[in-house]
Design a binder for this molecule. Sequence first.
Ligand SMILES: C[S@@+](CC[C@H](N)C(=O)[O-])C[C@H]1O[C@@H](n2cnc3c(N)ncnc32)[C@H](O)[C@@H]1O
Length: 197
Amino acid sequence: MTALPDDFWESRFQGSRTPWERPGINPAFAAWRASGDLAPCRILVPGAGRSPEPAALLADGFDAVALDLADSAVSFQAGRLGAGRSIRADVTAWMPDAPFDAVYDQTCLCALPPALWPAYEAQLRRWLRPGGRLFILFMQAGREGGPPFDCPLPAMRSLFSTWQWPDTLGEGVAHGLGTIEQPAILVRETPPSALPP
Ligand SMILES: C[S@@+](CC[C@H](N)C(=O)[O-])C[C@H]1O[C@@H](n2cnc3c(N)ncnc32)[C@H](O)[C@@H]1O
């Protein structure tokens, strides 16, 4: 599959068919905030949907921007963040005026058909400054089809092969849908020319 129908996500918001939505903050997000791994900075939340994390970031002093292509999601986030911080755009095409220090991807990658993953990974590199960090939840759906599309770790290591991975990954986070989200913090590579001598 290379694309979902244009109204796929908006029709789900309008039809109240949003089983991916959690009742509160994602436990992995809370753990990253508590540990200080995720500390105030300029941060993008792509595929933000109606998740509460962008508002939590803003409340905690982050320079937070939410991005989504579904009107309902964009309106929802605009109501909480202010219109200037909620952008309607396709993640595979949008470019910011200035790079971000961090990206928080909570089930955006797994919402995209795998054929779009290389383009999305390239966008993540474009959005982040060198050394910038990607806080991501890799969906372990363990089945064919989607969304959510399965993001097995060997495939993710291949897709994100130019990124710096941690030595070990933390515990997966269970979702009520019966899936597991594998948290990981990846660092965008620094080009050799940008390294100090
Ligand atoms: C599974 S939902 C996750 C929403 C939110 N992150 C959450 O955890 O509740 C995927 C979201 O990505 C958005 N999305 C899907 N494809 C997109 C694209 N190409 N560009 C921007 N947003 C997209 C959808 O509109 C939807 O809000």
